[in-house]
Design a protein around this ligand. Structure first.
Ligand SMILES: Cc1cc2nc3c(=O)[nH]c(=O)nc-3n(C[C@H](O)[C@H](O)[C@H](O)COP(=O)(O)O)c2cc1C
Length: 383
């Protein structure tokens, strides 16, 4: 293990190491959110607002972190959230995260906008694989992606529903961030100051969004990836269109991007297998509720009919504990492994998961509970 990785004690340490290695435009694309980033910050703050109420003297010598995640046991109550464009931070980064997930015994979700293809991931990573689809205007192309995921034995399809249009991500505008890169004086200087990152690009070239090769206008223009959404993604997609996907996809179907309890009930009614309470990591609607705050209402409304996952702001094992205590069956993490892989490749992604696991185990011990299934609302302090 490199010194940099072994000296990372927290997800924040990995974040800082990623910030050091990456050009600012890339780091900000990963790290940033929409507009004033209120929701981005609030996702994290919602965990900080809640305090734990531990029990003691309960024999916590053996801790079991196994959890049922969408119908199958995982070794941790975690699944990797889909993140696009990972390869811009680290060559081979998608595969590295997928392999780290497999080694940790948790599901990995491949993004539609990943820099590795559906087949490359299936070949390189032996674990549970989910494929995340954005709803493209080009329906034959979308159907071919879903068919490919089926053929490559992905166990679940994740439909992201909180991106009818792109969020307004101002860091990207300010940094001249675009795919492929436009070389402006500003970002040339930025790239030149990050030689370890730049040497990979010089040697291998810029990565591409492998799953979108052949889709008209996959390359985005000068003003951020978000701007491509208007051209390629379908803002007319609605409940009826989702029902058609439910009717034709025979495996697990997971709906990601739910914040409103009414929508959660509708997802359960239409026979989906799970939902993800998510605001896209604060990258879409700025001012949307923090996911931990949205969770309780959704748990009440769904009444246990389908499992509820949650993402956004998970930076500590204690955050996972709090999400489970508030009724989530598990969490998804986006930036945690993204920072890790950007800082130090596969070892960095592994380190991110190791940190979260170690902190979760310690939190369980300090809260006096030895199994995931025993974590409930009684551990959250209410005055
Ligand atoms: C750089 C980046 C790219 C993302 N790309 C996608 C994507 O392609 N599809 C998707 O459904 N969500 C995407 N997301 C959102 C994540 O799946 C997830 O909801 C979010 O990162 C969770 O918040 P966290 O990063 O605080 O853990 C992306 C997030 C980031 C940070």
């Amino acid at each position: 293990m490199s010194k940099q990785v072994s000296k990372a004690y927290s997800i924040e340490d990995l974040r800082l190491a990623a910030r050091q290695r990456l050009p600012r435009a890339i780091f900000d694309f990963f790290d940033g959110g929409a507009e004033d980033e209120k929701t981005l910050r609030d996702n994290v703050a919602a965990y900080q607002r809640r305090r734990l109420l531990p029990r003691v003297l309960t024999d916590v010598s053996a801790i079991d972190t196994n959890a049922l995640i969408v119908g199958k046991q995982a070794r941790l109550p975690i699944a990797i959230a889909p993140t696009g464009a990972v390869g811009f931070g680290r060559r081979g980064g998608d595969i590295a995260i997928a392999r780290a997930a497999a080694a940790a015994g948790i599901p990995y979700t491949l993004s539609s906008t990943a820099t590795a293809s559906i087949e490359q991931i299936a070949k390189a990573a032996p674990g549970r694989l989910w494929f995340q689809a954005y709803i493209l205007r080009n329906k034959p192309f979308l159907a071919s992606l879903i068919d490919r995921a089926y053929a490559a034995d992905y166990e679940a399809l994740v439909i992201t529903v909180d991106l009818p249009v792109g969020g307004k991500r101002e860091r990207d505008f300010r940094n001249d961030f675009a795919v492929p890169f436009r070389f402006t004086p500003k970002n040339m200087l930025d790239f030149a100051q990050h030689p370890s990152w730049l040497s990979d690009i010089v040697r291998y070239g810029m990565p591409v969004m492998e799953n979108l090769i052949g889709l008209e206008s996959q390359t985005t223009n000068a003003s951020a990836i978000a701007s491509s959404v208007g051209r390629n993604y379908d803002p007319a997609f609605n409940w009826e269109s989702l029902q058609k996907i439910r009717d034709t996809w025979p495996r697990k179907l997971i709906i990601k991007g739910i914040l409103n309890p009414h929508d959660a009930v509708r997802v359960a009614d239409m026979g989906c297998d799970a939902l993800v309470v998510s605001n896209h990591g604060g990258r879409q609607l700025d001012g949307a509720v923090a996911t931990l705050d949205a969770l309780a209402g959704i748990v009440r409304a769904v009444e246990g009919r389908i499992p509820i996952l949650l993402d956004g702001g998970i930076r500590r094992g204690a955050d996972i504990f709090k999400a489970l205590a508030m009724g989530a069956a598990g969490v998804m993490t986006g930036r945690a492994t993204l920072y890790g892989v950007s800082a130090a490749g596969e070892a960095g992604a592994q380190r991110a998961l190791e940190i979260l696991k170690d902190e979760l185990v310690r939190t369980m011990q300090l809260c006096g509970t030895s199994a995931i299934g025993n974590i409930d609302r009684s551990f959250i302090f209410n005055d």
